[in-house]
Ligand binder design. Structure first.
Ligand code: SF4
Length: 260
C-alpha cells in the first residue's frame, strides 16, 4: 500500500499506478456503475415521439433496429449523469408549478404515465404531464406540459429564437403528443441548468406538421419491418449531423484512413 502525497491531482491509494488519481478512480467506478445500470434496462423496441423530429430517417432506422452504435459512441457515465439531472430538474419545476397553484398531473390514477401508443405499439410517447387547471395567466386549460433542462447557451438560444426554430426535435415531439392526445397547446418549459431561470412558451398544435411527423413514423416503421434502410440525410460523412451521429462509421462505411 502507498499514499502518494506528491501527486498533483489528488492522493493515490493502493496499487494503482501513481498517474491515476483518486478522482479518476472514483469517477471510473461511478461511471461503470451507471453504465451497468443502463445496460440492464431493455432497449426500446419502438420509435419514441421524442425522436421523430430527428432529421435523418436512416438514423431512426438504426435506432429502431437496435443497431449497435460505433465503437466508443455509446453513452458514457458522464452523459448518463447529465440525463439524470434533467429528470431531477423536471421534478423540481413540477413542484414549483404545483406550489404556485397549477394542477399539473403526471400520472393517471392507476400510476401509469400519460401517453400514447399506436401502430401496434411501434410508435409511442409519454408526456411529462398535463396542466388541467391553474391561475389565470392567459392559458386556456388543459395544456400539455413538456420540460427540458438545458445548458445555459442552449437555454439562451431557446429564449432568442423560440422552441420551433431552436429545438425542432422537441417541437416535433410535442406536436405528436398534441395530435394523439387531442390537446391544442403545450406549455414548453425550459430551465437553465446554471441559473435555474425558467422560460415558458405556449406551443400551438400544427395539424399538418403533426400529420407529416406521423407519416414519417409509419415510413420508418415499415422500412425497419422490411429490414431496409431509408436514405441518409447526407452522403457526406463530414456533414455536421453525421459528425454527431453514433452510426457514422457504419453508415458511411468508414475505416481508418478513409472510405472503405
Ligand atoms: S451518419 Fe449521417 S446519414 Fe448516416 S445515419 Fe448518421 S446522420 Fe444519418
Amino acid at each position: 500500500m502507498f499514499i502518494d502525497l506528491n501527486h498533483g491531482s489528488g492522493f493515490v491509494y493502493g496499487h494503482a499506478p501513481a498517474s491515476v488519481s483518486i478522482g479518476e478512480r472514483i469517477d471510473a467506478l461511478v461511471d461503470a456503475a451507471l453504465v451497468a445500470e443502463r445496460a440492464a434496462i431493455a432497449p426500446r423496441d419502438y420509435l419514441g415521439a421524442s425522436r421523430i423530429g430527428e432529421p435523418c430517417a436512416r438514423r431512426l432506422c438504426y435506432e429502431l433496429m437496435q443497431t449497435p452504435v460505433d465503437d466508443g459512441a455509446d453513452f458514457g457515465g458522464r452523459l448518463l449523469r447529465v440525463f439524470e439531472t434533467g429528470h431531477r430538474f423536471e421534478d423540481m419545476t413540477i413542484r414549483w408549478l404545483r406550489h404556485a397553484g397549477f394542477d399539473l398531473r403526471t400520472h393517471r390514477r392507476n400510476g401509469e404515465q400519460f401517453g400514447f401508443s399506436v401502430a401496434g405499439g411501434r410508435f409511442r410517447g409519454h408526456i411529462d404531464g398535463v396542466i388541467v387547471e391553474g391561475p389565470d395567466v392567459g392559458i386556456a386549460y388543459p395544456v400539455l406540459f413538456e420540460h427540458k433542462a438545458l445548458k445555459s447557451s442552449s437555454w439562451q438560444d431557446v429564449v432568442k429564437h423560440g422552441v420551433k426554430t431552436s429545438k425542432p426535435i422537441y417541437w416535433a415531439q410535442v406536436q405528436v403528443y398534441m395530435a394523439y392526445l387531442s390537446v391544442e397547446q403545450t406549455l414548453f418549459v425550459a430551465l437553465d441548468k446554471d441559473t435555474q431561470a425558467l422560460r415558458y412558451e405556449l406551443v400551438p398544435f400544427d395539424p399538418p406538421a403533426a400529420q407529416a411527423l406521423s407519416d414519417k413514423a409509419v415510413t420508418v416503421i415499415r422500412a425497419v419491418e422490411a429490414r431496409e434502410l431509408l436514405p441518409r440525410v447526407s452522403d457526406d460523412p463530414d456533414f455536421y449531423l453525421c459528425t454527431l451521429c453514433p452510426y457514422r462509421i457504419r453508415c458511411h462505411a468508414l475505416v481508418p484512413g478513409g472510405l472503405a
